[in-house]
Design a binder for this molecule. Structure first.
Ligand SMILES: [Zn+2]
Length: 100
């Protein structure tokens, strides 16, 4: 899914599984849910585990930093759909200004 030499970023994934190695808890996150952790579309996937902590372990007074990340990449057709949507968003303001 990723071009050679290009680092995979959050923009390339549909969801991210965060599993805590210490307590075994895991859940799937949508990229949008991770925004409040300072994660954006440009965030490289490899830096995710440094940013995320396990809340359950934190509540127990543990560091909660032993998290494993698993990413589900955007399917090619999904990527095309998003590209079409982005084009539509870019064209929309132009149409409005033409009408005004
Ligand atoms: Zn944990």
């Amino acid at each position: 899914m990723t071009l050679p030499g290009k680092e995979a970023t959050i923009a390339d994934v549909v969801s991210i599984a965060v599993e805590c190695i210490d307590c075994g808890r895991n859940r799937w996150w949508k990229p949008a849910e991770l925004r409040r952790h300072g994660v954006s579309g440009q965030t490289p996937l490899v830096t995710l585990s440094e940013r995320l902590v396990c809340k359950s372990c934190r509540a127990d007074g543990l560091p909660g930093r032993a998290v494993a990340i698993q990413a589900a990449f955007i399917e090619e057709h999904e990527r095309r759909r998003i590209d079409a949507q982005r084009r539509a968003e870019r064209e929309a303001p132009l149409k409005r200004s033409r009408r005004a």
